[in-house]
Design a protein around this ligand. Structure first.
Ligand SMILES: Nc1ncnc2c1ncn2[C@@H]1O[C@H](COP(=O)(O)OP(=O)(O)OP(=O)(O)O)[C@@H](O)[C@H]1O
Length: 228
């Protein structure tokens, strides 16, 4: 598989609304490797969430080729995709996707258990993320920023091979985002995880190996000389 986690060629995806067909992605190509963090920027409505959901199997492309972990999406059943989301692909949505009826500690245990892991190695990460003293609390007893950091800890606890993140620092103030970003990238690089990160945060985007802009339905290399 030579470290290629995602290979997409000429992907197309549209939505059917009442009487119209909305073409969102057309001719989109992407390659993402292990240990690589790629930022995706693009205006509201350009299709960033649609792209993330194609890559985690919650949506299917209309046409084009998509391989994840060397397997062609056309051969993956819904059960195969569910298994990938349980064990290999962590998606971090803006709202944190924690289970509201479980404490932070139980959320983490649940994710590790789902992934079939015995013990989690998340304690150090919880310390580093400065939320070790919140693990007995429920998500609605946390601030937005704490919730987002807990969701990060959960995502890493399942030891994914691929992280798909939608604004992972969106709820953090500037100082906390500055402190959390390096932890995020250290964890990605130490564990050889591939990450696709949708973000409007210029600092986070610049910390990635590459920046791609989603424009007119496809991904384009961002001109590094241009300001974000
Ligand atoms: N289920 C749906 N039915 C019809 N149109 C949809 C649906 N989901 C998304 N769209 C449309 O597809 C386009 C892309 O939406 P998407 O959510 O992928 O964009 P985005 O770049 O993630 O936006 P934002 O930055 O605002 O979250 C938008 O025009 C949106 O209105």
């Amino acid at each position: 598989m030579d470290g290629v986690l995602i290979k997409a060629r000429d992907l197309n995806r549209s939505y059917r609304a009442a009487r119209e067909q909305i073409s969102v992605l057309h001719g989109l190509s992407l390659e993402l490797r292990s240990g690589e963090a790629v930022a995706v920027i693009g205006p509201s409505g350009s299709g960033k969430s649609t792209l993330l959901n194609l890559l985690n199997g919650l949506l299917r492309p209309d046409s084009g080729q998509l391989q994840v972990f060397g397997r062609d999406q056309s051969e993956l059943t819904d059960a195969d995709w569910a298994e990938l989301r349980r064990t290999r692909i962590a998606t971090l949505f803006q709202d944190g996707n924690l289970i509201p009826t479980l404490t932070v500690a139980r959320n983490i245990a649940f994710r590790t258990g789902l992934a079939g892991l015995q013990a989690h190695e998340g304690d150090a990460l919880l310390e580093q993320l400065d939320i070790a003293d919140t693990t007995h609390r429920y998500p609605d007893q946390l601030s937005g920023g704490q919730r987002q950091r807990a969701a990060l800890a959960c995502a890493f606890a399942m030891q994914p091979r691929l992280i798909l993140a939608d604004e992972p620092t969106g709820s953090l103030d500037q100082a906390t985002a500055k402190r959390v970003s390096p932890l995020f990238f250290d964890a990605i690089r130490e564990r050889n995880v591939g990450a696709l990160i949708v973000t409007h945060n210029p600092e986070l985007a610049r910390s990635c190996d590459r920046i791609l802009e989603l424009r007119e339905g496809a991904l384009h290399p961002w001109d590094s000389a241009a300001s974000l």
